[in-house]
Design a protein around this ligand. Structure first.
Ligand code: PLP
Length: 382
């Protein structure tokens, strides 16, 4: 039977993520005008709502771009050509920082970490001592391609103790799932995006700078992403250019909901869902890709050798209307990823596990009820 007509579409990819209905409806306004007091206060509210997720008393600026735009804003505003930069690199998004730095003419040094692992602080100390005088160190919280969470606080401490470099963190798929305290931890720049933890459609990105970073802006030519212009305008709730207005409306609503739930509850919830998903996958006899230091936003698992990952993924989409994420680069064909970032409903995750079980059965592995049952008994519902 073709169930796909009856089953609603469910997203289990690490962005875009489900949008709360109220937030979706809020965005349906007939092209609001952004040069109004109403819109200025909306932007200012969003700043205030975003601050606790960044852990800063500064203002996370709102840009109209995907997450990579905020990464680029960090790059052009904080580095000059020929600056030496260090990239801690363990997957596709670490790679993105490195490629970006090279296209901007930085002397790019890579600390290559095997995929699925986190950096050894001693290796970081060594490279900082050997190379010296880095302008900035770039890394991420969650590496979405591998499902690893880099311990941002700990790495920042090591960098700050051993160099004068600015610390720049891609937290696009960590915020809302993992705590971030950029002021306390000494992080100089954090970037994020609307379509991951924040339950908003793609198109807005966020960037927050420390005082130290504002003091050390680059001399590069720049225009759309000139953070000096944005800072000046956004201090009054204005934006330098036309913002994605309907996205801002939606973001405002989603942030209100997130803050009503409360950050400690959000972090606890995502940790529990992660434990539940991991227990469920193990109960199905599947191997988890990341043994430790795993993300609370996305969980990759190895697809059994007897099955083609692409076939399994296609069946999940075509038959059950479930969008999982495949493996990227060297993990292509080896893993599938279940995301549980943003406004994830635990009963949808239960459905994901059930859909996975049914698809595995088609491919000769009958574990129906094993993982989904385990999930109901797991930390996710405790
Ligand atoms: C999604 C994501 C980004 C941003 O990607 P865009 O497609 O530009 O929004 C950046 N870093 C990480 C870790 C991500 O997961």
């Amino acid at each position: 039977m073709d169930t796909s007509y009856f089953v609603r579409r469910r997203l289990f990819c690490p962005g875009p993520t489900p949008i709360p209905l109220r937030s979706l409806m809020t965005s349906v306004e007939n092209n609001p005008y952004h040069r109004t007091d109403f819109f200025y206060s909306l932007i200012s509210n969003c700043h205030d709502f975003l601050k606790p997720f960044f852990g800063t008393s500064g203002t996370p600026l709102i840009l109209t771009s995907s997450g990579t735009g905020a990464m680029e804003a960090a790059m052009v505003n904080l580095t000059d050509p020929e600056d030496k930069v260090l990239m801690i690199h363990a997957g596709r998004f670490g790679e993105r920082w490195a490629e970006m730095a090279m296209s901007y003419g930085c002397q790019t040094v890579r600390l290559d970490i095997p995929w699925g692992q986190v950096p050894d602080p001693d290796d970081l100390v060594k490279v900082l001592a050997k190379e010296k005088a880095f302008k900035a160190v770039f890394f991420h919280g969650v590496e979405t391609s591998t499902g690893v969470y880099f311990p941002v606080a700990e790495l920042t401490k090591v960098i700050r103790a051993n160099s004068d470099a600015l610390v720049v963190v891609d937290a696009v798929s960590s915020l809302v799932c993992h705590e971030m305290n950029m002021d306390d931890w000494g992080v100089d720049c954090v970037v994020a995006a609307s379509q991951k933890g924040f339950g908003t459609a793609p198109g807005l990105s966020f960037i927050s700078l420390s005082e130290r970073a504002w003091q050390r802006l680059s001399k590069r030519p720049r225009f759309y992403f000139d953070l000096r212009t944005e800072k000046k305008e956004q201090s009054e709730g204005k934006t330098a250019w036309t913002p994605g207005t309907q996205l801002v409306l939606s973001l405002h609503s989603s942030l209100q909901t997130l803050l009503a739930i409360g950050r400690p509850n959000l972090y606890d919830f995502h940790a529990r869902i992660t434990e539940g998903v991991r227990a469920a996958l193990r109960a199905m006899g599947l191997e988890l890709y990341v043994p430790q230091d795993y993300a609370h936003s996305v969980t990759p698992f190895k697809v059994p050798q007897s099955i083609r990952a692409g076939d399994l993924n296609k069946e999940l989409v075509n038959k059950y209307n479930m969008i999982f994420a495949g493996g990227q680069n060297q993990l292509q064909g080896k893993v599938l990823r279940i995301a549980h970032i943003g406004f994830v409903d635990p009963f949808d995750i239960h459905a994901a596990l059930a859909g996975l079980e049914l698809s595995l059965k088609t491919h000769g592995i009958d574990v129906v009820g094993k993982g989904s049952g385990e999930f109901l008994r797991s930390a996710a519902f405790a």
